[in-house]
Design a protein around this ligand. Structure first.
Ligand code: AMP
Ligand code: TRP
Length: 337
């Protein structure tokens, strides 16, 4: 029965605290997919170390991301939830796939170009990990023969590369991998930076006022929304010429399910103060129960351990089969273990 369901793989890096962009753009949609698909949701800690991480922060955030997955409603009974570094097949497959990927392809990735520029400006060195990152992502996806990969627009280039690598391998030997497709679920909102609404809200921004974190307290949420950049038009209208207001409408719509038209109508003739206040209160109402649940889960490390252990076992079982296929086709000598 399970095998007839399409497979979904996705992951979030524990490289920063998760924002409402991750929540509305990823997590909230994942929850809706869990009944229809066979889903693998991974905390991609191997990806996070492509830039330097403080060990104790990485440990804390990895568990927190896992707890947020659960608190957001991802059911560990229905899905495979795991931590990437617990499943060694990912690193192994990434090496093999590296040998089917061209340096030129990797250098062409937009994310690599922008991230490497950022680090060049700092202390001069860009890790090979940053360049190879999309190959690890390809391994994540191909090891489960995922059909669909729900991600934001910024990741579509990496998925195209995954398809190219998979096709190259399939052509060199014989059909091995499913060619995955990016999947942007309906209603998947793109949440913009609160200080510069032409940019995507990102957990790696250096200015904390530019994002709301899933774990931000009510006071902090009120302050950040209150101070967010809007415009001097003074009308709540869903238009590209008012990107700050448009973003707040998207946020309010994502929380309440109201359409843009309903929101425009509700705030007709009213100022931004009342609108912002309502956005903040709606966010607080949505996030408070999740925060309580996350805090409760983080108190119960044994329970979290049970979940990530079980997830890793299942992920290892499934991915090993594909890894063994790859090794065999490449010409490695099999050994029974
Ligand atoms: P990242 O934070 O870049 O690791 O992204 C993890 C997931 O959250 C990806 O699927 C992203 O597309 C999604 N995501 C991150 N930031 C946003 C945002 N501002 N709006 C919508 N989705 C986002
Ligand atoms: N690169 C993705 C991001 O930064 C995270 C990620 C890693 C991922 N491996 C993946 C997403 C596999 C989907 C599938 O958002």
């Amino acid at each position: 029965m399970e095998n007839s369901k399409k497979v979904i793989f996705s992951g979030i890096q524990p490289s920063g605290n998760l924002t409402i962009g991750n929540y509305f753009g990823a997590l909230k949609n994942w929850v809706k997919l869990q009944d229809k698909y066979d889903c693998y949701f991974c905390v991609v800690d191997l990806h996070a170390i492509t830039v330097r991480q403080e060990p104790k922060d990485l440990r804390r955030r990895t568990l927190e991301v896992l707890a947020i997955y659960l608190a957001a409603g991802i059911d560990p009974e229905k899905n495979t939830i795991f931590i990437q570094s617990h499943v060694p097949t990912h690193s192994e497959a990434a090496w093999l796939l590296n040998c089917f990927t061209y340096v030129g392809e990797l250098e062409r990735m937009t994310q690599y170009k922008s991230k490497s520029k950022k680090y060049e400006d700092g202390n001069g060195s860009v890790s090979a990990g940053l360049l190879n990152y999309p190959v690890l992502m390809a391994a994540d996806i191909l090891l489960y023969n995922a059909d669909l990969v729900p991600v934001g627009k910024d990741q579509t280039q990496h998925i195209e590369l995954t398809r190219d690598i998979a096709e190259r391998f399939n052509n060199a030997y014989s059909p091995t991998f499913t060619l995955p497709e990016g999947y942007i679920p309906e209603g998947g909102a793109k949440i913009m930076d609160l200080q510069d609404p032409t940019k995507k809200m990102s957990k790696s921004s250096s200015n904390p006022n530019s994002y709301v974190l899933i774990m931000d307290s009510p006071e902090v949420i009120r302050r950040k929304i209150n101070r967010c950049v809007t415009d001097s038009v003074g009308v709540v209208k869903y238009t590209d010429s008012q990107p700050g207001v448009k973003n707040l409408i998207n946020i309010l719509g994502a929380v309440t399910g109201m359409s843009c038209e309903d929101i425009e109508a509700k705030y007709e003739g009213k100022g931004y103060a009342e609108f912002k206040n309502d956005v903040a209160e709606a966010l607080i109402k949505e996030l408070s129960p999740i925060q309580d649940k996350v805090n409760e889960l983080l108190q119960n490390k044994k329970y979290l351990e049970e979940i990530y252990k079980k997830g890793a076992e299942k992920a290892y079982y499934v991915s090993s089969k594909i890894l063994r296929k790859m090794q065999k086709k490449i010409g490695f000598i099999p050994v029974s273990r």
